[in-house]
Ligand binder design. Structure first.
Ligand SMILES: Cc1cc2nc3c(=O)[nH]c(=O)nc-3n(C[C@H](O)[C@H](O)[C@H](O)COP(=O)(O)O)c2cc1C
Length: 236
C-alpha cells in the first residue's frame, strides 16, 4: 500500500515513447459521431443566457455537495448553462478551446445525461454535443434504472451527469500518461459543474463510487473505446 504508479508519471520515460502522433498516424476525431436520424435539441446559446450573476468569490465560498432538492424541474436555460460551463465550445472554428482546460487540448471527456426533471425535455438519456451546443436524445431511461449502478447510494437528481472518457483521443498524443491526464481533466469539468450549479441556485454532488460495468452497460458504451469515469447529480 502507499505506492501509486498512476500519480508517479515518469515524463522522462514518456519522452522516449513513440506515440501515434509521433508516428504521424491519423488524428482521432475530437467528437463522437452523431447517430443516424438522431433527435437533436438546441440549447440556449452562451450569448442568450441571462442567469448566473453571482460573484465568483461568493460562489466558491457557498459551494457544497448537495444530495437532495425540491421537486421543481430545471429550466432548459439552467441546463444549457451547466453544459456550456462544463464543456462548452467558445468558438466553433477552434473547438479544442472550451470553458474547461484539457491536457494538450485533447478533450477526451464526453458528457451524458439522465434527464429526470427538465422543462420541455422528455425523461431519458442524452449526450451533449459541445460543438453545436445541442443535445442528442439517445434512449428512454430513468434514474431508477441507472441508480443500480451507484452501489446502493441514496441520492436524488433532476439531472444526472455521467462523464465518459474516450482514451484514444489522449493516448494519441500522451501515450501511457493519458489515464492520469484524463482524470485530471475530469476534476476540472466537475468543479465547473459545482460552481455553475451554485451560481444559479442549484446543487451538485460528485459521485465517484459506482459500478463500472453497470454504468457502461446503461449508457450502451463500446468499452473498448469509451468508459464512464465520473458522475454527478444536479438538484434544484
Ligand atoms: C472525486 C470525488 C468523488 C466523490 N464521490 C462521492 C460519492 O460517490 N458519493 C457521494 O455522496 N459523494 C461523493 N463525493 C462528494 C464528497 O463526499 C464531498 O465533496 C465531501 O464530503 C466534502 O463535502 P463538500 O463537497 O460539501 O465540501 C465525491 C467527491 C469527489 C471530489
Amino acid at each position: 500500500m502507499g505506492k501509486f504508479d498512476l500519480i508517479r508519471t515518469d515524463w522522462k520515460k514518456l519522452e522516449s515513447e513513440e506515440t501515434d502522433q509521433m508516428k504521424k498516424m491519423e488524428r482521432p476525431a475530437l467528437f463522437k459521431e452523431i447517430p443516424d436520424n438522431a433527435v437533436l435539441i438546441d440549447l440556449i446559446p452562451y450569448g442568450k443566457i441571462k442567469i448566473g450573476n453571482k460573484p465568483l468569490l461568493e460562489t466558491i465560498y457557498d459551494r457544497r455537495s448537495k444530495r437532495s432538492g425540491s421537486d421543481q424541474p430545471l429550466t432548459l436555460e439552467e441546463l444549457s448553462y451547466l453544459l456550456f460551463c462544463t464543456n462548452g465550445v467558445k468558438n466553433q472554428a477552434r473547438p479544442m478551446f472550451r470553458t474547461v482546460p484539457s491536457a494538450g487540448a485533447r478533450h477526451a471527456i464526453e458528457t451524458y445525461l439522465q434527464v429526470e426533471r427538465v422543462e420541455t425535455l422528455k425523461k431519458g438519456v442524452y449526450r451533449y454535443l459541445p460543438l453545436t451546443h445541442q443535445l442528442v436524445y439517445l434512449k428512454e431511461g430513468s434514474l431508477n434504472e441507472a441508480i443500480e449502478g451507484f452501489l446502493g447510494q441514496n441520492f436524488n437528481a433532476d439531472v444526472m451527469f455521467f462523464w465518459t472518457a474516450v482514451p484514444y483521443r489522449m493516448q494519441y498524443r500522451y501515450g501511457s500518461a493519458s489515464e492520469k491526464l484524463i482524470l485530471l481533466d475530469a476534476g476540472h469539468v466537475c468543479q465547473n459543474l459545482y460552481l455553475a450549479c451554485d451560481a444559479i441556485g442549484l446543487g451538485a454532488c460528485a459521485i465517484g463510487a459506482y459500478d463500472q460495468e453497470k454504468l457502461d452497460w446503461y449508457l450502451e458504451l463500446d468499452t473498448e473505446k469509451e468508459v464512464v469515469i465520473y458522475n454527478a447529480t444536479v438538484v434544484k
